[in-house]
Design a binder for this molecule. Structure first.
Ligand code: NAD
Length: 338
């Protein structure tokens, strides 16, 4: 029998434990043996260890190389800007991959959306270098380096090639930020030169937002610095029906953390109401990363079937099923494919 994969499980805060439990059940039902190494980050860790991101969490991810993570509430006043930003920076998870794909049955203004946002994950204004200048002004420093720009754009091209996609669009504001975004664009152009089989173009970020809303079918893989990636990926999630179905992955050279795009939705914590789809689809990305493409495909088909059918879906998808019922339906649907 196949040795189980060692995967770090970070249940997170709010609805995190419920939706990660659902995703673990689905992965196991797909026949992939996993030994989950559960560690706590967020509020529970803050109470227990005095920090929302204890070192042993980082150690566990370094050791297993793969983690499934629920959303974490950023505690106000702990001195921590964000557990998520800290985790990505500490493990040098330099890519934030956010696919936005239409799922029939999810209410949305658009159909047939198939976009992938590749967001730089370690620098830009998220480097967190800011200070007050006197009492009435604040300054935030935007860091863009050639190394970080080139490696994220290279990831976007390699991803496009691997996944059989046709085009990479670099998104920037180099007309105004001539040095920082100018360097990002220059790096993107330099990398694009080595990928003659993939089309390359660039767009200014404001124009990009308008075009995505008007003609999303023109775009394919989008690569951009951190802040634009944060915003544009939520826009793309909106094109496919919102955060409940938006998965994500943070990927570095030798490890990756998979998590939904949405937050910890504290008002639904412990109510068994939340939609676990975004976390289940994040687990699908994780299985692909592990090379378990068969299981990933089975889960995806089952999710589409249950959502398309519309009878066993959570409140946000227009149904009345709870988290457990929708998860059971996905698992049952998967069994019918075997
Ligand atoms: P949120 O995503 O938690 O909630 C936004 C809205 O969507 C709310 O109405 C919520 O109830 C709903 N929602 C979110 N996920 C849902 C799901 N799976 N099923 C059904 N409804 C869902 O955003 P927020 O309220 O801005 O943030 C809450 C907390 O989450 C904050 O502390 C924030 O810092 C944190 N957060 C964490 C992450 C992460 O860990 N990656 C990401 C974003 C926000």
């Amino acid at each position: 029998m196949q040795d189980p994969y060692q995967v770090t499980l970070i249940p997170g805060d709010g609805i995190g434990p419920e939706i990660t439990r659902a995703a673990c059940r689905v992965v196991e039902a797909a026949g992939v043996p996993v030994e989950w190494r559960e560690v706590v980050a967020g509020s529970e860790a803050l109470a227990e260890y005095g920090t929302p991101l204890p070192d042993h969490v980082l150690e566990s991810v370094r050791k297993t190389g793969v983690a499934l993570k629920g959303p974490v509430t950023t505690p106000v006043g702990s001195g921590f800007r964000s557990v998520n930003v800290a985790l990505r920076q500490a493990l040098d998870l330099y890519v934030n991959l956010r696919p936005a794909v239409s799922i029939p049955g999810v209410k949305s203004l658009f159909r047939d959306i198939d976009l992938v946002v590749v967001r730089e994950n370690t620098e830009d204004l998220y480097a967190g270098i800011e200070h007050m200048v006197g009492a009435d002004a604040a300054e935030s420093i935007k860091i863009i380096t050639r190394r970080a720009s080139e490696r994220v754009v290279k990831f976007a091209f390699d991803y496009a090639r691997r996944e059989g996609r046709r085009k990479v669009t670099a998104v920037h504001k180099a007309n105004i930020m001539k040095l920082s975004d100018g360097l990002f664009l220059e790096s993107a152009r330099a990398v694009a030169g080595s990928y003659s089989d993939i089309e390359f173009e660039d767009r200014i970020v404001d124009n990009m937002c308008m075009q995505l809303v008007q003609k999303p079918e023109l775009y394919d893989v989008l690569v951009m610095p951190n802040l634009y990636g944060d915003i544009v990926s939520d826009l793309c999630a909106g094109l496919v029906g919102g955060l409940g179905v938006a998965p994500g992955a943070n990927i570095g050279e030798s490890m990756a953390v998979f998590e939904p795009v949405h937050g910890s939705a504290p008002k639904y914590a412990g109510k068994n109401k939340a939609n676990a789809t975004a976390t289940i689809l994040s687990a699908v990305l994780m299985l692909r990363y592990l090379g378990e493409n068969g299981a990933a495909g089975r889960i995806l088909e089952a999710v589409k079937k249950v959502i398309g059918d519309g009878r066993q879906v959570t409140y946000d998808l227009g149904g009345s099923a709870d988290t457990t019922e929708m998860t059971d339906a996905i698992i049952e649907s998967m069994a019918s494919y075997e």
